[in-house]
Write a protein of this length. Structure first.
Lengths: 298, 246
């Protein structure tokens, strides 16, 4: 408690240096947090699609019910199909309405006429899906075949790209934050040279002298983390209607986005704050630790 | 107990601050360290708190050999050997209470214990009514009393005072001496470097005279004087307040 108080005093006495350190930590954690969110979300989306051995077949408007029936019979005859579900235009509209029930504007613009009927084909084993695709594509009345493998492949490449870019940028920003914290704490040590000398003369242990400086760096990280967390959570909340449109079909995302103040949502948001604060604290403390090792000779 | 065994200290190539000194100071003694500027008094004190290392010889504080004491344990020595400085060395951004409490905070004492002990020590030095003030608001005498309070609050066994009355008027200097005597009465060894002739002469305590880095006189109930061969050049001329003119 005493250390926190001393660190807080150190911070208040040089507000501009503190502000520079906090802004740097904020930007670093904002970027790291954003990429962490994207990375976790894309990994979850990927897992969702990977777990679904499914092909979705969309039909053109005119011949949907008959062609769907014919295709269903053909596929069932292979013995490799676990289930086939026909989704009529009206069913599609119901699903759409359910997904967008909180957005009347989106509901107004859509009618059953513009939504295609479809078949959701689930195989007993994902390896059979590849055999089905050419067969389904040749069937009459089929407009489009959405094969999850294509989606998964696209997602994998996107996820890899996001992770790579995220890791590189977060790494660069982390090095920058580390250097800024090092410089700020180094300056603080120089300013407090006399105080450090007095502390050593009265018998303060080296760690008693070092800890407030180290903790001060950690505190910059935690404050930066709280700001970046607020910005990211605020942004996701603001983007909620758009995100529901894109991710609403995935049950967990739907649950989180539709009920942002539910227990699960609050738990995840709290955990996200905890992770960011921990990263911030470690990054800040590490910068301080380097500065203390370099400039505070006891 | 403090023991210097054939201790020499040299700064640079030609500047010898102490030359082959051997001396022993027992527990509970009150010792004056006298001598002109540059005689080696401060070097003597700095060696005891291991602020510097001897060039030759050995310094012992109780069982600790200063020469071999690892850097990581110096703070333990300094908790046992407290120092009062001529320039007080108080933290300007902390109140008198906080400055004194520092001596206990570094020991990891609890707030309630700190409150009690600091209160007691401030009573002893007569600063109870000024504990909320900052150093800049106090007189030199009060600052020195605060500095003594910080030094003794942790209960050191040895107290070094490097010219603690150097910046003070005679009356205040006597007050400081009275406090140091009180501290000595409870068993704390006191080593006080001073130029103040009247204090040394009045107190009649053990007096070690240093000149040119050598001990030229060491006597119980001593006075401020040097043996004849040194007295002419080194004994300070007294002004009417008892302070030397150097």
């Amino acid at each position: 408690m005493k250390i926190i108080k001393t660190s807080w005093t150190y911070m208040r006495r040089s507000p501009y240096q503190a502000l520079a350190a906090i802004i740097t930590m904020f930007l670093t954690l904002l970027l790291s947090g954003a990429f962490l969110l994207m990375s976790v979300s894309s990994a979850y989306i990927l897992r969702y699609f990977e777990s679904k051995p499914q092909i979705t077949v969309f039909f053109n408007d005119k011949s949907a019910p008959d062609q769907a029936k014919s295709l269903t019979d053909s596929l069932n005859s292979t013995g490799k199909v676990e289930s086939i579900k026909y989704i009529s235009k009206d069913d599609a509209l119901s699903i759409y309405k359910e997904q967008n029930k909180n957005d009347p504007l989106l509901l107004e613009m859509v009618s059953a006429d513009i939504l295609p009927a479809s078949l959701e084909v689930t195989a007993t084993d994902p390896k059979y899906l590849q055999e089905f695709v050419p067969f389904i594509q040749k069937a009459e009345g089929v407009e489009e075949v959405v094969y999850q493998k294509d989606v998964v492949d696209a997602l994998i490449s996107w996820t890899s790209a996001i992770r790579l870019i995220g890791a590189v940028l977060a790494g660069l920003f982390s090095v920058d934050a580390l250097l800024i914290i090092m410089t700020v704490i180094g300056m603080k040590i120089a300013i407090k040279k006399e105080e450090v000398e007095i502390l050593t003369l009265v018998g303060a242990s080296p760690w008693y002298i070092r800890m407030p400086f180290i903790f001060e760096g950690g505190l910059y990280g935690v404050i930066g983390a709280v700001f970046s967390w607020s910005a990211l959570v605020g942004f996701v909340f603001w983007m909620r209607p758009i995100l529901i449109t894109f991710l609403g079909s995935i049950p967990t995302f739907r649950l989180l986005l539709i009920n942002p103040f539910g227990t699960l949502s609050l738990l995840l948001v709290g955990a996200f704050l905890g992770i960011l604060a921990l990263i911030g604290f470690m990054l800040g403390s590490m910068g301080s630790l380097i500065a203390v090792g370099r400039y505070l000779k006891l | 107990m403090i023991r210097f065994i054939q201790v020499s200290k040299q700064y640079g190539k030609n500047n010898k601050a102490l030359a082959n000194i051997s001396v022993e100071i027992s527990d509970g003694e009150f010792v004056f360290l006298i001598g002109p500027s540059g005689a080696g008094k401060t070097t003597f004190l700095r060696l005891i708190i291991r602020d510097i290392l001897p060039s030759e010889g050995e310094v012992f504080v109780d069982d600790w050999n200063i020469n071999t004491l690892p850097s990581s344990k110096i703070y333990q020595l300094r908790r046992k050997v407290a120092t009062v400085f001529q320039d007080f060395k108080l933290l300007p951004d902390r109140t008198i209470y906080e400055n004194v409490a520092l001596g206990l905070e570094i020991l990891g004492k609890k707030d309630t214990a700190i409150q009690k002990d600091v209160g007691d020590v401030l009573d002893l030095v007569g600063l109870s009514d000024k504990h909320t003030m900052f150093p800049v608001q106090l007189s030199a005498g009060e600052l020195q009393r605060a500095s003594i309070a910080r030094a003794i609050v942790g209960g050191p066994t040895i107290l070094l005072a490097d010219e603690p009355t150097g910046n003070l008027d005679p009356e205040t200097a006597e007050e400081i001496l009275a406090i140091l005597q009180e501290v000595n009465k409870i068993g704390t060894t006191i080593i006080m470097a001073t130029h103040n002739v009247s204090i040394v002469n009045d107190m009649k305590k053990r007096t070690i005279a240093l000149t040119g880095g050598e001990i030229v006189n060491d006597e119980q109930k001593g006075k401020y004087h040097f043996p004849k061969k040194h007295s002419k050049s080194h004994e300070p001329k007294q002004n009417k307040d008892g302070e030397d003119k150097e």
